[in-house]
Design a protein around this ligand. Structure first.
Ligand code: AN7
Length: 361
């Protein structure tokens, strides 16, 4: 297969996708994201283990959703769709809006009022989506979207649409293609559980086609206040600073459970404090700035190293294991979270001395 860099996941992985010669390809050059070796994270794990971060925040709309959206939008066009719709905690709406704009069709997004990171809301507006905010949470919004979809007015592009999962599994392919085999562990945040489902599908498909010799243990992290899979019950009023994963009744719950069990992985929780600490830690130690939901995976990885309460402990893992951690969205999407931690900037005089003093020189 010829590797077509920067031309999107359909060009690169067409053989593994439901795309035909008749499918109009709607792409913004998504995928092919950096797999970054992280020396400081690796030190935290120890035992000669190597930790890599798959930085999905550098996709066209700043999150992993674009991988699935290129496939969902393209298949929708092939089927003659005129309008897309989704419920969203933010990133799906930004991505759907962009790909609908690219396809020249309309997009409606149903969002929980007041619970969308500002950058994501601005994206949906900029790309021209019809935006409806509801007095309810993501789970309520998805319920309404399902009903609207059944009437046939819209194609639903949430991850209940199998084309979304098909596109997102390409992230697993990229990882195997780059390191030459599957990693031993794959750590990622879990909200509606589409992504963990997609990665597991991708790893299994590549393994079945002998592109890898093993399968990773899938380790998912939920926010402590929004952890239905961990607690094994619907959370009626999910709450977390990581608004992207503020979900109480995930659509791909069963598939996520299956991925965790079949891979002998685990699901665990991280507190909001652990999430925010991990966000800053990653930015300052590895130079990678991610949104809070993504930091849940990093906080989770650190928990596996440090905490006696972790469901999965990395203290006794095999030496020289390879760990991949997916960070799902860019830090700039949720500027307000960081702003809250910054002190107000007071200007000093525009003189060398004043600046030297401010720099404590
Ligand atoms: C940055 O945009 O559900 O477990 O509506 O935006 O596949 O849901 C976003 C989810 C992780 C969780 N990280 O992924 C939405 C939405 C980020 C996210 C998740 C989301 P899934």
């Amino acid at each position: 297969m010829k590797f077509k860099r920067g031309r999107g996941v359909i060009a690169r992985y067409r053989d593994f996708l439901p795309i035909t010669d008749k499918t109009p390809v709607i792409s913004l050059g998504e995928g092919d994201t950096p797999l970054i070796f992280c020396p400081e994270l690796s030190k935290r794990v120890g035992r000669g283990c190597r930790v890599f971060v798959k930085n999905e925040g550098v996709n066209p709309t700043g999150s992993f959703k674009d991988r699935g959206m290129t496939v969902a939008a393209s298949m929708s066009m092939e089927r003659g769709a005129r309008a897309l719709i989704c419920a969203s905690t933010g990133n799906t709406s930004a991505s759907a809006a962009a790909y609908a704009a690219r396809a020249g069709i309309s997009c409606s997004v149903i969002l929980p009022a007041g619970k969308i990171a500002r950058g994501k809301l601005l994206q949906a507006f900029a790309y021209g989506a019809k935006i409806v905010a509801i007095d309810g949470n993501f789970d309520d919004a998805l319920g309404i979207v399902r009903e609207l979809g059944e009437r046939g007015d819209f194609v639903i592009v949430n991850s209940i649409n199998p084309d979304r999962i098909a596109g997102q599994k390409t992230a697993a392919f990229e990882i195997v293609d780059e390191i030459g085999d599957a990693p031993d562990y794959h750590v990622l945040p879990v909200g509606n559980a589409g992504n963990i489902t997609a990665y597991w599908t991708g790893y299994r498909e590549y393994h079945a086609r002998q592109r890898s010799t093993k399968l990773p243990a899938m380790i998912g992290f939920q926010a402590a206040g929004a952890a239905p899979i961990f607690h094994n019950r619907i959370i009626e009023e999910p709450e977390t600073i990581a608004s992207a994963i503020r979900i109480g009744n995930p659509a791909s719950w069963k598939q996520a459970r299956a991925a965790i069990e079949e891979s002998r992985g685990a699901v665990d929780v991280v507190t909001d404090e652990e999430i925010l600490d991990a966000q800053i830690w990653l930015a300052r130690h590895e130079g990678i700035f991610v949104e809070p939901a993504s930091a849940a995976a990093i906080g989770g990885l650190l928990k596996c190293c440090d905490s006696n309460e972790a469901v999965y402990s990395f203290r006794k893992i095999q030496e020289e294991s390879r760990i991949v951690c997916t960070v799902t969205g860019h830090g700039l999407k949720d500027a307000d979270v960081i702003m809250q931690r910054m002190r107000e900037l007071k200007p000093v005089a525009a003189t060398l001395n004043a600046v030297r003093r401010a720099l404590e020189l």
